[in-house]
Ligand binder design. Structure first.
Ligand code: HEM
Length: 156
């Protein structure tokens, strides 16, 4: 494990972002943008699955918000991996970082399982299952956001 972390830290991308102040700032800002896109589309979607905003058709909300959420998730994962590579050994040792990764994995797994089981537009899901999913999803994604921000205050 230590060897993998050291290899990541020695990569060209990690070396570049470690010394480039504006490169790192741009990467960090892109991560924040991705997180905003992801959480900003998942929360209204979960609110709809909880039964709020019933005048908005559920199909329409899903068709509009899922692509934004998926794009945000992809961008957050790629920029997050690059941020991680800059100080891989340090981040890997932080509890708050590990909790963040667990919450992200749980949030992603929940979404994939729900959509593969109940259809792209969740047409086969019961209202109760949608409500349980929405509550867990809100916990996972807001928790990941909070842990992400807390990383800066943990460790040395
Ligand atoms: C696999 C995906 C991800 C990885 C590897 C990752 C990794 C990181 C790293 C290394 C940092 C820099 C921490 C620091 O030194 O301050 C960071 C910042 C942050 N991350 Fe992620 N992240 C990922 C996905 C996410 C997601 C999905 C969210 C939100 C739901 C998120 C929220 C944040 C926040 C809020 C910050 C603090 C940004 C700031 O205030 O400068 N991250 N992330």
């Amino acid at each position: 494990m230590d060897a993998i972390l050291a290899t990541l830290e020695a990569s060209g991308a990690a070396s570049f972002f470690r010394v480039s102040r504006w490169g790192y700032a741009a990467l960090n800002a892109t991560h924040v943008f991705a997180v905003a896109l992801l959480v900003g589309s998942i929360l209204p979607l979960d609110a709809r699955l909880l039964g709020m905003f019933r005048s908005v058709p559920r199909d329409g909300a899903l068709r509009m918000l899922v692509p934004f959420a998926a794009t945000g998730a992809f961008l957050a994962a790629t920029t997050g991996a690059l941020l991680f590579s800059v100080r891989a050994s340090e981040y890997a040792g932080l509890d708050v970082f590990r909790i963040k990764l667990l919450l992200i994995a749980a949030g992603l797994a929940g979404a994939v399982i729900l959509h593969s089981r109940d259809g792209r537009l969740l047409q086969h899901a019961s209202a109760a299952r949608l409500r349980i999913h929405a509550v867990l999803s809100i916990i996972c994604w807001t928790g990941a956001l909070a842990c992400g921000r807390l990383i800066a205050f943990a460790g040395n």
